[in-house]
Design a protein around this ligand. Structure first.
Ligand SMILES: Cc1ncc(COP(=O)(O)O)c(C=O)c1O
Length: 355
């Protein structure tokens, strides 16, 4: 590979994950590809997902939706984030389904001459986007008066990993009651509530489609969750230099690493700009030939340093950051964050090699 930092996308892993998801649900699977497809590359990943046979796409913004349409995606695209009045024309022209999240957004839609298809977002307890149950009657009245017909309604679970908890069950009940009300006036409305974890656990949260991100990328939504998934993304760099520190010499900014003895080190041209979080300084690891190697010193913008010890390596030796030895969960745990946050912080400009 002629790149000093590169991502590999494993299309067989994606096909496998989709098959695994389909084993758990008969509902159409809409791939959640927002935030640069969780770091996998909006276009690169969506092309693969389209070919693999997902039934639709969920993006965050009209901007992402237009990118998919320009790349030839014909399947439905739902914009999960808010769409402001100045983007209603763009949504209509590109056949993007927007999400209607509040009364002010509804007023914008009523006033606009552009009427894209839309799903209603219900706030069933997360207190993020969406209409509260007590806003529903007024919403239905206004929709009927303005001759607007929603084609879908959805909500999102705040604590999906606890599917049996009172909170989650209450969210589901609220959703079902609201859906019932909407169906009386809009009988063909589609509904959806499930994401990765609900789909994998087959607990009846699937409705007319499922919005799946994490599982499609081959990452378990909860650590050690038993699911037969394969990670789609690997992240690699290469060694650019090998050198030897004398006892007492320092590495990197702020002199945080001091060699206790003669030490063989290597420079790897990947840094926090690429997504290797600076908090991994002096505590993260990489792998060379399946052997664990410690990151030493502060991670720089585009470089980091590793303690080679006696591992054989030279300029151009491949360095694994995410791969079969180190999962994105391993990194996320070290950083006290979620694997999804780590993935979405991978720089979108990194070259992607589809295997
Ligand atoms: C509204 C909505 N639906 C679905 C998803 C996908 O969730 P997951 O990645 O757990 O499948 C997300 C992710 O953030 C979301 O915000």
């Amino acid at each position: 590979m002629n790149y000093k930092v590169y991502i590999e996308l494993d299309k067989k892993a994606l096909t496998h994950n989709l098959a695994e998801i389909r084993r758990k649900t008969t509902a159409p699977v809409w791939a959640v590809v927002k935030s640069n497809a969780y770091g996998h590359g909006l276009i690169d990943f969506s092309r693969l997902a389209d070919k693999a046979g997902v039934d639709g796409f969920c993006v965050d913004s009209g901007f992402e939706g237009v990118k998919l349409r320009s790349d030839g995606v014909k399947k439905p695209i739902l914009v999960l984030g808010p769409t402001f009045s100045h983007h209603l024309e763009l949504a209509t022209k590109n056949k993007l389904i927007i999400t209607l999240t509040s009364h002010p957004a509804l007023t914008e839609l009523i006033r606009s001459k552009h009427k894209p298809e839309f799903h209603i977002k219900l706030d069933t307890g997360m207190n993020r986007q969406g209409f509260k149950p007590n806003e529903l009657d007024q919403l239905i009245k206004k929709l009927i008066k303005s001759n607007l017909t929603p084609i879908g309604v959805y909500s999102h679970l705040a604590d999906a990993k606890n599917l049996k908890s009172n909170f989650t069950l209450k969210q589901k009940k609220t959703f079902d009651e609201s859906l019932e009300k909407l169906k009386q006036k809009f009988p063909s409305i589609n509904s959806h509530l499930g994401s990765s974890i609900t789909t994998l656990s087959k607990k009846g949260f699937n409705y007319d489609l499922v919005r799946v991100g994490t599982a499609l990328y081959g990452v378990t939504p909860v650590e050690k969750y038993k699911a037969n998934l394969k990670p789609v993304l690997s992240l690699y760099s290469v060694i650019s230099d090998v050198k030897t520190l004398e006892k007492g010499e320092f590495v990197g900014y702020s002199l945080t690493y001091k060699a206790k003895a003669k030490t063989r080190i290597a420079i790897v041209p990947v840094g926090y700009w690429h997504g290797v979080n600076r908090d991994l300084s002096n505590k993260g690891r990489v792998y060379i030939q399946n052997k664990r190697i410690d990151i030493i010193g502060i991670i720089s913008m585009d470089l980091l340093t590793i303690n080679l010890k006696n591992i054989k390596a030279k300029r151009n030796t491949r360095v694994e950051i995410i791969g079969k030895n180190q999962s994105v969960w391993d990194l996320a745990k070290k950083l006290n964050t979620s694997p999804v946050e780590f993935l979405t912080r991978i720089n979108p400009l990194i070259y992607k090699n589809v295997k």
